[in-house]
Structures are given as structure tokens and as C-alpha cells.
Design a protein around this ligand. Sequence first.
Ligand SMILES: C[S@@+](CC[C@H](N)C(=O)[O-])C[C@H]1O[C@@H](n2cnc3c(N)ncnc32)[C@H](O)[C@@H]1O
Length: 264
Amino acid sequence: MDRIENIGYGEDLPYDVIRLTEFLRDGVPEVGFIESTLGGLSGRRCLELCSGTGRLAVRLAEGGGDVWAIDGSRTMMRFMRKRIDALKSPLGDRLHVTRGDICLVPYPPQMDIVILADGALGYLLDACSMESVLRKCSHSLKREGVLLAHLFNPQVRRRRDRADQGVWTCSVYGDNSGLAVVQRRRTTAEAGGILKTEYWETFIADGVTVRETSRVMRYRLPKSEEVLERAQHFGFRLTATYGGFDMSPVGEGLDTILVMKRDP
Ligand SMILES: C[S@@+](CC[C@H](N)C(=O)[O-])C[C@H]1O[C@@H](n2cnc3c(N)ncnc32)[C@H](O)[C@@H]1O
């Protein structure tokens, strides 16, 4: 499956998104949350959409879950493969990975949980994509199966992305491989609540520029009301809302974790 239609940034990702997902986020707070929501992981059928480098999917499989992971990015898949190869105990056939667009590829049946972690719904830029994904989630889940959606806090995100100012920001990244990346980016607000970030990246090795890229990434910050209203059309009901994976109550400045169940 080579064609990604509904990905907010074309075929691949800017360096900082990969870096943030892969290198900076050690914790996987979702695991304990999912374990207690499902009453254990062993033998539970879990589907993670937009699974990136497998930060969560691999941990769920290590915990005994039977896990399916879908993501559209070649680079993220490569990192996931490295992560799997580095494991001390092999996962056997507990992790099934598909590269493809979550709006287009089929989902496996009889899932106990479908997970949209790390603001994944925000990559679906229009109502039609979100509905197609929610419909597929509903078909994929068992009766009473759980749909878990992590939504970023819009105020915090907008401030961070400087959507109002539209200023250019510059960052320099380095990693152990000796590669340095100079990145300029600017986020502006577009119609329909879409945030557009333009990226210009220069990759430097041993003082020599090896690659220059420019990318555009689009993202939305869906509100919980919107997600719930659409999810209801596909037979979901809200069972809990939290302000974090520590099960804290929803509060100002916090993200929202929606726990929904498919009707019996
Ligand atoms: C910030 S990463 C999050 C990774 C992962 N969920 C985590 O929590 O570590 C977002 C991921 O969404 C994927 N993505 C975005 N839109 C997608 C789509 N329409 N189909 C498949 N993957 C998509 C990207 O390729 C990227 O790997």
C-alpha cells in the first residue's frame, strides 16, 4: 500500500516529529491505563492506529497483548522495525504491522480495544475522514469493545505552535549518529481549524550538507464534543473522560482522554 491520501503531511514526516516520538518520550503512560481499562493485557486484541515508531504498540505486545499496528510513514515503520529487532525477548506473532492510510486499509476484526493515541484523530483533516475511521473502528471492535482517543488540549497546542503569530522558529538537532539537522518552521492557521506548519530542514554530516527538505504538515485540534457526536453515529457511547493517563479528572490546560464503548 503506497498511496497515503489522508496523511496530514504527505508521505513522510519532519525530523522533529520523528525525534520527539522516538527519542524524547520514554514513558508509555498509556500501557497501565489500557491494562486497567481492559482488566489485563494478556491475550487482549488491541489495534493501534497511527502507531508511529511503535512506542505503545510494542509495549502492549510485550505485555502479552495480541497487537495490530497501522501507520502510513515509511520512516516511522523503519524505527519500529529497529525497536522490535532490539528486543531481548522476541514478540513472536503478537505484533502485526501494516503500513497504510488508516482511512483506507482494512482493520482486523474482533478487537478488544482500538487506540488513537497522541492526538491521532487530529491528522484526519475533514469530517469525511474522521467518519470513515470511526465507522471502521466500530466494525473492528467486539461488542462492548473500547475506543480510546487522546485529544490534545487546543489552547496549549495553539500557543506552542504560535498559530496566531505565524513567526518562523529555528531549532538545531543532533543525535549520536553525527547528523545535525537545522530546522526552520512556521505555523499558521487555515480555514476549518487546520494548523499548517511549513518546515525547511537541512541535514548536515561532517560539516557538509547532505540533504535539504521542505515539507508542509497539517493538523487539526478536534474538540471532544465533535468526536463524541460523530462517534455516537457509529454506536459508541462515552464511558469515561480523563485529563491524563493517570486517570486525573479533566482540567484546564490538560489533554482529554475519551473512553468510549461500542454498544452491545
Ligand atoms: C506523532 S506520530 C504518533 C505516534 C504514536 N501514536 C505514538 O503515540 O507514539 C503520528 C503518526 O501518525 C501517522 N499518521 C498520520 N496520519 C495518518 C494516516 N492517515 N494514516 C496512517 N498513519 C497516519 C504518522 O505517520 C505518524 O507516525
